[in-house]
Ligand binder design. Structure first.
Ligand code: GLP
Length: 253
């Protein structure tokens, strides 16, 4: 039984799951546009949200969905990382969404992986403030890592953590190794929004699909709330939805 406040939606397959999330985002963007307001989206990388971005591009091309009034904040970026590197989250977002829609480039925010160590803390504070100044995140999209991380908030991240430089867990680095052509090329650090940053979003949608995510999804929803599995902090929040396919939901009781 799900005793937390998390609401769970299960779809037949990952395409339907992606379409449902894309529709939620499209509805928000349109309703904000009708009021002359901006929609502020917190975006995630990884394989999980690719289908959502694909569907948003289709809605833009075929149904005239405009991103002119959209402001985005990405969750994280490797550190150090050059934006033109194939593995950067800047490249990922351009490839999978930004290059294909009409979002103004000045509305796009992704943590900067090129900064010197000495300015990172100040930069992270400013990133946090920029989200606040934009009016806060209307929807934060999340995937989940095998360690139960959200963004790059690895085990040990506190519920009130904010945007900061973090050290990546070995499991996470191993999962990223194929994309980097080997473990030794995977950066050992990243800049990530904190659990506390994510918690302030008005709506949080955590997506997962496939059997490989079933165990960590069950832990996130039903497990004891612990710093060891940062996604369990979501149980304490309002407005959190887990959007899953049948496989990812298979162990949830
Ligand atoms: C990375 C990202 C996370 C993402 C996770 C899962 O660690 N920083 O934001 O949720 O990978 O990735 P995938 O969706 O490929 O399973």
């Amino acid at each position: 039984m799900n005793r937390s406040g998390i609401s769970i939606k299960v779809y037949e397959n990952r395409d339907q799951e992606a379409a449902a999330v894309a529709q939620r985002i499209a509805d928000l963007v349109k309703s904000k546009r009708g009021k002359g307001e901006k929609a502020v989206l917190g975006l995630a990388t990884g394989a999980t949200p690719i289908g959502v971005y694909k569907e948003l591009i289709r809605l833009h091309r075929e149904e005239g969905l405009s991103f002119q009034n959209v402001v985005t904040f990405n969750l994280d970026e490797y550190y150090p990382m050059q934006p033109d590197s194939d593995q950067s989250y800047v490249a990922f977002m351009q490839q999978h969404l930004f290059d294909h829609v009409d979002i103004p480039s000045e509305n796009i925010n992704i943590p900067d992986g090129t900064l010197g160590q000495e300015v990172v803390d100040t930069y992270c504070e400013a990133y946090e403030q920029k989200i606040v100044n934009a009016g806060g995140l209307d929807i934060q999209l999340l995937g989940i890592g095998r360690t139960g991380h959200v963004g790059f908030n690895e085990p040990g991240s506190t519920a009130d953590s904010l945007t900061r430089l973090v050290t990546l867990n070995e499991v996470t680095r191993q999962d990223a190794a194929p994309a980097f052509g080997g473990l030794k090329n995977v950066p050992s650090q990243a800049i990530t929004m904190g659990v506390g940053t994510i918690a302030k979003a008005k709506n949080i949608i955590l997506m997962a699909w496939g059997e490989k995510k079933a165990e960590i999804v069950k832990k996130a929803i039903e497990g004891e709330i612990t710093i060891e599995v940062p996604a369990t902090f979501l149980q304490e929040l309002e407005g959190v939805e887990f959007v899953l396919d049948k496989e990812a939901a298979s162990l949830v009781s």
